[in-house]
Every structure is written in C-alpha cells, then in structure tokens.
Design a protein around this ligand. Structure first.
Ligand SMILES: CC(C)(COP(=O)(O)OP(=O)(O)OC[C@H]1O[C@@H](n2cnc3c(N)ncnc32)[C@H](O)[C@@H]1OP(=O)(O)O)[C@@H](O)C(=O)NCCC(=O)NCCS
Length: 144
C-alpha cells in the first residue's frame, strides 16, 4: 500500500472505479489498462488506490501519456514518488529520455515536472481547446 508498482490485472477494476468521476479521463477505458499488462510499449505504474502514470515507450524513449492522482490525495508527494519509481524502472529497461506534453496553464503538473528536472524543448500553439479558449502546450523532456 502506498508503494509504487507496475500495474497488475487485479488493480484494474478499482482504478477504473476511481477515475470514472474525472471527465478529463473519459478516454481511458478498461481495455487500455488491460492491454498495458502484456504490452511492454505501454507500461503503466500505480500507487494502489491513489493514482497512475501511463507511458508510451519506443526503443530508448518514453512519453508520459497521463499522470493522475486521486483529487483527495494530491499534494502529498505521491506523483513525485510514482514518477521517480517509474523512471528508475524504465531506465533499467533501456529508456534514457522521457517526453511529455502539458497545457501551459496546468501549474500543478508544470511544477511537478520542473521539480523532477524536465526542461522545455518545444511549444505547440493553441494545442488544447477549453471553454472556447485556445491553450498552448509545452513539450518537456528529461534525460534519465
Ligand atoms: C499533477 C498531479 C499529478 C500532481 O500530483 P500530486 O500527487 O498532487 O503531486 P505531488 O504531491 O507529488 O507534488 C510534487 C510537486 O508538484 C507541484 N505541485 C503539485 N500540486 C501542485 C499545485 N496544486 N499547485 C502548485 N504546485 C503543485 C509542487 O512543486 C509539488 O512539490 P511540493 O509539494 O514540495 O511543493 C495532480 O495534480 C493531478 O492528478 N492533476 C490532474 C491530472 C493532470 O493534470 N495530470 C497532468 C497531465 S500533463
């Protein structure tokens, strides 16, 4: 409990139950989590009952697809711990570079990534649309 680990089949039902209240995660289906278990190019790591981080991995690079923590458990260091754990695990599996995309107004996520040593390597203008507003995306990267 509260220790990061790689996603297992037995974790999926409670994870789906937890994320269903967040509309930002409506694209995440049970099958996405199931498929990750047997697909080394889509690793997912979790802290049980708290949150998850999902990656897409290709050769020596990986991209963070989503990192999400239960809203009631935020600001307790869980995302930081989970990301550090997943980076160590990915590194032992040959990954040496992590990429991600983040909305420029997502201050919590930006602070988290900067704290972990990510740097800006690009910007996508008007990449997200929210409430009829266009929001830029930043591309961040970190060497492992
Ligand atoms: C971003 C998110 C994953 C952070 O999870 P978390 O477990 O609360 O983060 P941590 O407690 O590990 O925080 C680590 C650092 O991130 C930054 N941070 C986290 N939440 C923050 C907030 N609300 N405001 C400002 N900085 C914040 C801080 O620098 C923090 O370090 P500190 O506590 O020493 O100040 C969480 O807010 C979340 O799930 N958000 C919704 C999904 C999302 O936007 N994901 C990112 C998609 S790119």
């Amino acid at each position: 409990m509260f220790e990061p680990k790689i996603l297992e089949v037995g974790d999926i039902a409670s994870l789906i139950d937890k994320i269903k209240s967040d509309s930002a995660l409506h694209n995440w289906q049970t099958s996405d989590f199931e498929n990750s278990i047997n697909d080394e190019t889509r690793p997912i790591y979790i802290i049980e009952n708290i949150g998850f981080v999902a990656f897409s991995k290709a050769l020596d690079e990986a991209e963070i697809l989503m990192v999400w923590m239960d809203p009631n458990q935020r600001k307790k260091g869980y995302a930081k711990n989970l990301l550090k754990y997943s980076f160590d695990n990915l590194k032992t599996n040959g990954v040496n570079k992590i990429y991600l995309e983040v909305a420029i107004d997502n201050i919590a996520a930006l602070n988290l990534y900067i704290m972990l040593g990510f740097i800006e390597v690009g910007k996508r203008k008007n990449y997200y649309k929210r409430d009829n507003q266009n929001i830029d995306a930043l591309i961040l990267s970190k060497s492992l």
